[in-house]
Design a protein around this ligand. Sequence first.
Ligand code: ZN
Length: 445
Amino acid sequence: MSSGLLIARATILTVNADDEVIDEGAILIERGRIADIGPSAALEARYPNAERLDAAGHAVLPGLVNLHLHSGLIRGTAEDLPVFEWLTKYVDPKHRALTDELAHAAARLSYTEAILSGTTCVMDMYRFMHRCADAADELGLRATLAPYVVDKPGMDYFESLDKNVRLVQERNNTSNGRIQVWFALEHLAYCTEGAYRQAAALAEKYDTGIHTHGEESIEMARRLKAETGRWPVELFYDRGILGPRTVLAHCVWLRDEEMELLARTGTSVAHCPVSNLKLASGIAPVKELLDLGVTVGIGTDGVKENNNLDMLEELKFVPLLQKARLLDATVIKAERALRMATIDGAKALGLDREIGSLEIGKKADLIAVDFRKHHLTPVIGGRYHNVVSNLVYSASGADVNHVVIDGRVVMRDRRLLSADAEEIRQSAQAAAERLFALREPFIPV
Ligand SMILES: [Zn+2]
């Protein structure tokens, strides 16, 4: 006899160590975890009393892990500018104008967008992050929160390490462990050497991780080298933050010795291909990082540089860019890209024992993608199995039908169940209008 939820008759992409695929499979979820997985007929016979969610025509896979995003409200309004002009003209003034309430509206919008497109876990770098914790708690999302800490003079409109400590004390490991809090630093140009050393000590003290921006701009990398004699990753190493619980976003421009440092210290990278394209940063050496054994997850970055949080769209760019950069169609197969968006992202967050693949005992974070679409047809099993390729190259977030996080169905048949999606959208529209009015005095002429 069993209760629980049985997701039945789906093609299951387990993303386990063997990338096992179960055609016509089922998953039993009990008490938030995957209690059984296997052929649908066998599980349907074994668990006749489970609530049944028929997923015929769907692919069921681990929920997507967005390893680098910024909640936000300024989508589509700061376009076609070089990164540092974009930052000083529009982004920093936005930080000055942001309030607790506006940050809450931004996080609710961003986390709703994430769930609606199949993301079950995010690493968010933002401000007023106790309100991001509130939003993740409300929506049922799994979130690692990494506040924008800056300590250079004249930039006190960012977060401080003291506030980061309070957030760790108050919200780390809350909401049944769904919410984690890391120490985070904005950028080498915004933070002093002391901030990195303090963050490293605090992360050790509180047994948590560190997130920061690796370099995306070649000009900035060269400037740092000219000023300090060290390349960006070498500076991170000197300042003591590299290690298996550190995630660097972007890392577009890496010299061989920097890649070796990342590999040797077990530091992970959040690859953000669309942001790197849009801000004309370049193409990260993902293939070389993977060859060295570096864990590379995928992030969308924020809506101000992407302009959406659709991880299935993002996923397509990962192999395409490496193939074009290296003029080699064989690099980064679809299965590899899917691992980056699931288990590798989970590993970077230190959560791979709990999430990132569909295996008995893991927390039930999973999504069902509806393949009964013209752009996902045909679905072929056996020798010509095309489900993973169709997922990576042909699907988008709008194809995600059901989302389960921590064993709870938070979206069913594309309807958000954990909150009122339309109220969230309208609140975000009003908040964005307030933010633009508040930001105006800070925009440089
Ligand atoms: Zn970023």
